[in-house]
Design a protein around this ligand. Structure first.
Ligand code: SF4
Ligand code: SF4
Length: 446
C-alpha cells in the first residue's frame, strides 16, 4: 500500500545519517540544574520552594493556578541555591530555580496508577500533575489538548511519528527502543476516547520504526483484553516536509481538512508527539512526572553526534561539550530543527521540556547566501502546504501592509519555512512573515 500524503510540501535533505543508528545514551547532569518556570505555552509557574530548601527527584517545585499551565518538578536531589531570572532557550529572560545537585538522586515516592480503572477527569488530572506538555516543540499542556470542548466529537488520536525535520532522530530512536511504551501510552489516551481510532503515523524513510511499532502493537493486541486494543494501527506516511505539521498530518491520515484558524479538534482529531505519549506511559505505569527528554545532538561540527537522554535542567553547554561540539567553528547553533527551530546565541541555557535537538551547523549546511530580488518564479507558491502566496505575504510584511497580509491569510501560515527553502533568490520569506504574524497577534491581544 502506498504511503499517505498531503498536498504540496518539499523534500529537504534528510541529514539523519549522523544519528539515526545511534542508540539513546543516558547522561546525568554535572553539577547544578536549572528548572525553568516557563516550559510550556501558557502562564509561567510560581515557585513552590524557596532558597535553602532541600528537594528530591520528582518533587513538584513550581505550579500555577492559571488553567493553561503545567507544573515543573525537580530532576535531581539537593538544595535550592537561587531563584532568579536566567536566559531561556527562547532568547528571553525568565525565572529559573537553580538546584545544587547532591548527586544522590534521592526520590519522592512515585506510585504507579491503573489508568484503565480511572475516570476521564482522574486521567487528565494525573497528566496535569505530571507536568506533561507537547514535546514536539510547541509545549502546549497535554491535559488541555486531551480535553477539547464537549461539542467536539473526537474520532482520531494521531501519534506523530513523522519526525520530518532534517537531522532530528530522537523520535525515531524512541520508536525503536520504547515501542511498547508508546503503544501503552496511546492506550491510556484511548481509555478517554474508547470510540476513537488511535493511529501512529510514521514517515516511510523509517521502515525499521514502522516495523518495530507494528510488532509492538501486534504483541499488545495479543496480550490485552481491552477493547481499545483493536482500535489502533500504524500508518506509513510519505517522506515529505512538513509531514509532521498537525494540519498536514491530519490530512494525510484522515483526508480531513482543518480550516484556517481552527484546531485539530474541529476536524475530530487530537495529535500527540511520540515522546509525549511515552511521558504519559511513565506518568501512569511508573508514577513518574516529566523529568527527562531525548535530545538529538547533530551537525557536521559535532564529533560524537547522537541521541542523548538528559534530565530537564541540564545545561546545553554540558551536552554540547560531551558530544564534542565545535562551537568556535559553527556558523549557527539551532535548537529544534533547521526548518522551524530557534537560533541559539548563548549555550549556557537549560534543557527544557521542548528542547528536541541542538544542531551545530557549518556554513555549507546552512545553505545561506545573499538575499536578492524576487524573480516571480512561483516556487514558493508551489511549495506552500497551506496554499498561501508567500511572495505576496512577504511583500505585505515588508511594507507593513498588515490589512492586506491578513486578507491574504498570512495568519494561516504555519511558519514551516518551505517557501524560504525553495526560493532561488534566498528571500527571507518565513522570517518576514513570522515577524508580521507576531505583530498582528500582539495587536489582537490589546
Ligand atoms: S520563490 Fe522566491 S523568487 Fe520565486 S516567486 Fe517566491 S519569493 Fe519570488
Ligand atoms: S508561507 Fe508559511 S506555511 Fe507557506 S511555505 Fe511559507 S512558512 Fe510555510
Amino acid at each position: 500500500m502506498s504511503s499517505l500524503t498531503f498536498k504540496k510540501g518539499i523534500h529537504p535533505k534528510h541529514a539523519k545519517h549522523f544519528t539515526k543508528d545511534k542508540a539513546i545514551e543516558y547522561i546525568l547532569p554535572e553539577g547544578d540544574v536549572t528548572i525553568m518556570l516557563q516550559q510550556h505555552i501558557g502562564a509561567p509557574c510560581s515557585p513552590l520552594v524557596k532558597v535553602g530548601d532541600e528537594v528530591l527527584v520528582g518533587q513538584k517545585i513550581g505550579d500555577s493556578e492559571s488553567f493553561v499551565s503545567a507544573p515543573v518538578h525537580s530532576t535531581v536531589s539537593g538544595k535550592v541555591k537561587k531563584i532568579m531570572d536566567v536566559l531561556h532557550p527562547n532568547g528571553s529572560k525568565s525565572t529559573g530555580i537553580i538546584i545544587e545537585n547532591d548527586g544522590l538522586y534521592n526520590e519522592v515516592e512515585m506510585t504507579p496508577k491503573d489508568p484503565y480503572s480511572m475516570s476521564k477527569d482522574d486521567i487528565l488530572a494525573t497528566i496535569r500533575e505530571a507536568g506533561i506538555v507537547g514535546m514536539g516543540g510547541a509545549g502546549f499542556p497535554t491535559f488541555i489538548k486531551l480535553n477539547p470542548p464537549k461539542d467536539k466529537i473526537i474520532d482520531y488520536i494521531i501519534v506523530n511519528g513523522a519526525e520530518c525535520e532534517p537531522y532530528l532522530t530522537s523520535d525515531h530512536r524512541v520508536m525503536l527502543e520504547e515501542s511498547d511504551r508508546i503503544i501503552k501510552g496511546l492506550s491510556v489516551i484511548l481509555t478517554i476516547y474508547p470510540e476513537a481510532k488511535g493511529i501512529i503515523g510514521i514517515e516511510d524513510n523509517k521502515p525499521d520504526a514502522i516495523e518495530a511499532m507494528r510488532n509492538a502493537l501486534s504483541k499488545f493486541q495479543k496480550e490485552s483484553d481491552l477493547d481499545i486494543a483493536k482500535n489502533m494501527e500504524v500508518a506509513s506516511l510519505a517522506t515529505k516536509y512538513p509531514q509532521g505539521a498537525e494540519k498536514q498530518l491530519i490530512y494525510s491520515v484522515t483526508k480531513r481538512e482543518v480550516p484556517g484558524g481552527k484546531l485539530p479538534a474541529d476536524a475530530g482529531c487530537i495529535v500527540q508527539n511520540i515522546d509525549t505519549v511515552v511521558a504519559i506511559h511513565r506518568a501512569f505505569f511508573r508514577g513518574r512526572p516529566l523529568m527527562r527528554r531525548i535530545v538529538t545532538l547533530s551537525g557536521e561540527n559535532v564529533k560524537n553526534p547522537g541521541n542523548y537522554k538528559v534530565k530537564i535542567g541540564t545545561s546545553y553547554r554540558q551536552l554540547i561539550e560531551y558530544a564534542g561540539g565545535d562551537v568556535e567553528n559553527t556558523k549557527k547553533i539551532i535548537s529544534g530543527g533547521p526548518m522551524m527551530g530557534l537560533a541559539i546565541f548563548d549555550i549556557d541555557i537549560p534543557i527544557i521540556k521542548t528542547s528536541s535537538s541542538i544542531l551545530l551547523l557549518s556554513d555549507e549546511e546552512m545553505h545561506s547566501g545573499e538575499e536578492s530580488p524576487c524573480i516571480r518564479c512561483g516556487k514558493c507558491v508551489d511549495a506552500c502546504p497551506m496554499n498561501l502566496l508567500p511572495l505576496d505575504l512577504d511583500r505585505f510584511a515588508r511594507n507593513n501592509a498588515t490589512e492586506a497580509f491578513e486578507t491574504y491569510k498570512g495568519m494561516h501560515c504555519i511558519e514551516c519555512g518551505s517557501c524560504s527553502y525553495v526560493c532561488p533568490s534566498k528571500r527571507y520569506l518565513v522570517q518576514s512573515i513570522r515577524t508580521t504574524r507576531r505583530t498582528v497577534m500582539a495587536e489582537r491581544r490589546k
